[in-house]
Design a protein around this ligand. Structure first.
Ligand code: DON
Length: 307
């Protein structure tokens, strides 16, 4: 029997263990709609290279993917505009919080990477070129739906409205970027689009399936070239968990992208795509239990890219 045949039992035991322990972290409260989510929830889904999808916990409960949407927006921009994005956004970890403005002044309005908020706003600005916000959002949604093979993936407008009402830091970042001429569209238009892309809802099953193209699984639809897939995974590994990226890489040895809704997309090149969700966050704004689950899964399977 291979280790993967034990995966269903392992995932069920993992889910039972975290549920019984009841240590969840703190839900994001700067977006009122997210503050209302019960932290005592956990789900994990693993899409394997042989086509199996194995889940445990509340794997059919929808949650707000938030910053995980930045991976899909980046994939759309690279597909449509190629490497020109890198003239406006860097590829280095920032070492700062996801919503920090600190380095923007020192670095003349060029965000360190596309996963911190400033970099994601520029990425969304690029995606808006020649498009109405609705079309740009459809492009991201369609990429996700095609990747998952599931059209039942939507935006929760109440989450977008909730963030719009309180997203003062993002408003500051967008205006600051514009002052450096690194936004072409108006801050309002970029922010409206960005808040809606963050408000996409998915289950861990849908997240795992949509990530198959990023993991390069054989049954995944061909939505990305090999080179882009590898580069996006490299950025997920180095920048996907913000100032907690080093710790996440140390613990899992895998590329991952978090969101303040408590989701994590984990990519195991050539082997698996994993969706994890638990809404309570750690000090870096990444899922506390989700990170622990990713670490335990990596140890169980030996999936670290470092062997
Ligand atoms: O821009 C924000 O603050 C949120 N819409 C997304 C932040 C986020 O998910 C950070 N991830 N851990």
């Amino acid at each position: 029997m291979t280790r993967l045949d034990d995966l269903p039992d392992f995932l069920n035991a993992l889910a039972a263990d975290v549920m019984s322990r009841g240590e969840w972290g703190k839900v994001a409260d700067y977006i009122p709609e997210l503050a209302r989510v019960d932290p005592a929830q956990f789900a994990i889904s693993v899409a394997l290279a042989d086509g199996r999808l194995i889940s445990a916990g509340q794997s059919r409960t929808r949650f707000s993917i938030q910053s995980i949407s930045k991976v899909y927006a980046l994939a759309c921009v690279l597909s449509r505009f190629g490497d020109s994005l890198w003239n406006r956004v860097g590829r280095e970890p920032s070492g700062d919080r996801f919503d920090s403005i600190l380095l923007l002044e020192q670095e003349h309005g060029r965000p360190r990477n596309p996963f911190i908020n400033a970099g994601a706003l520029v990425t969304t600005d690029v995606l808006l070129a020649g498009r109405a916000p609705k079309e740009a959002l459809s492009e991201i949604l369609q990429f996700i739906r095609d990747g998952a093979g599931d059209d039942d993936i939507h935006i929760d407008a109440s989450v977008a409205a909730s963030e719009k009402a309180t997203g003062f830091r993002n408003v500051a970042l967008a205006n600051y970027l514009r002052s450096f001429d690194n936004l072409r569209e108006t801050p309002d238009r970029v922010l409206g689009t960005y808040f809606h892309q963050c408000a996409i809802e998915m289950t861990t099953e849908q997240l795992a399936l949509s990530g198959r193209c990023l993991a390069g699984l054989p049954d995944a639809p061909m939505l990305l070239s090999e080179v882009r897939r590898r580069r996006i995974a490299a950025l997920m590994m180095t920048c996907g968990h913000y100032d907690g990226s080093g710790d996440f890489a140390f613990r899992t040895g895998l590329p991952g992208k978090s969101g303040v809704g408590g989701g994590i997309l984990l990519v195991v090149p050539g082997r698996a795509s994993v969706g994890i969700w638990s809404p309570g966050l750690n000090a870096w704004g990444n899922s506390m239990v989700g990170t622990e689950a990713a670490e335990r899964l990596a140890r169980f399977t030996g999936w670290s890219v470092f062997g």
